[in-house]
Design a protein around this ligand. Sequence first.
Ligand SMILES: [Zn+2]
Length: 303
Amino acid sequence: MNRRRFMQTALAGAPALALPWLPTKTVAQMMVGGGTLTTVSDGYLALPRSFVIGDLSEDDAVPIIEEAGYSMEDFRSPCNLAVWQKDDMTVLFDAGSGPDFMPSAGTLWDSLDAAGLTPDDITHVLMTHGHPDHIWGIIDDFDEPTFYSAQHFMGGREHDYWMDPNTINTIGEARQSFAAGALRRLDIIGSDMALFGDGDEVVPGITAVATPGHTPGHMAFRIADGGQTALVVGDAIGNGHLALARPEWVSPADQDGATGITTRMTLLEELSASGETMVGFHLPEGGIGKIASVAEGYTFTPA
Ligand SMILES: [Zn+2]
């Protein structure tokens, strides 16, 4: 029994350790061309008011957030990881929070299990960006790659940013732990991380789309198969409230607010015009759905 098997067995044998109120399942699924697109829950982020609203006016922002169905007293941002299965490929988009970020997140293994998958089944891990809820799950409790059979991929610019030892000095105090956490994990993956650029076909049928602003090298991914497509947007459309209702406002979650606005507005315009299916990491009800333009801003309709 290796350490990974030990972990799997220990987790499988101890369901009482899982908090019962956490979402631990497949949250949405649809066919795209010849493959299956599923989202699995990694739990949710419990976010403080300051992180949700930032420098925006409370009087302006709170009614819009509450109108979208979120509680400001107990704010929860769902985390959806997309899985694309076709033939012998099982592609995971982002790696989740892992055990060390927040008690309410890191439920990915339970969700994969509910979807009939183990970490060993994942053949490719494609990273949108290096924030904790996306990358900290890339290594396990033993500091070894969680998805040990998979090839790992990250945008070259994003990888450079988090590997730069000076990022911890420039990212700002609130995110210093993000920088240290990403660097430590990327160091462990080392040269097993394959790098790609905007427009590259990362794996057959999946192309990278540069979507900077949330982070410097954030990448979305377009799955195109059998004439049908879906865009995995990561955090480029980063929530189900202000990012849709007031996309022209700075998002406190974006590291470069102005660039984040440009990217978000462009994506929303394109997605509403084309009717293309999209997957949002922090969007509600599993995050697979469509964007429509309304009188002010946009709406997301789950698939
Ligand atoms: Zn992020």
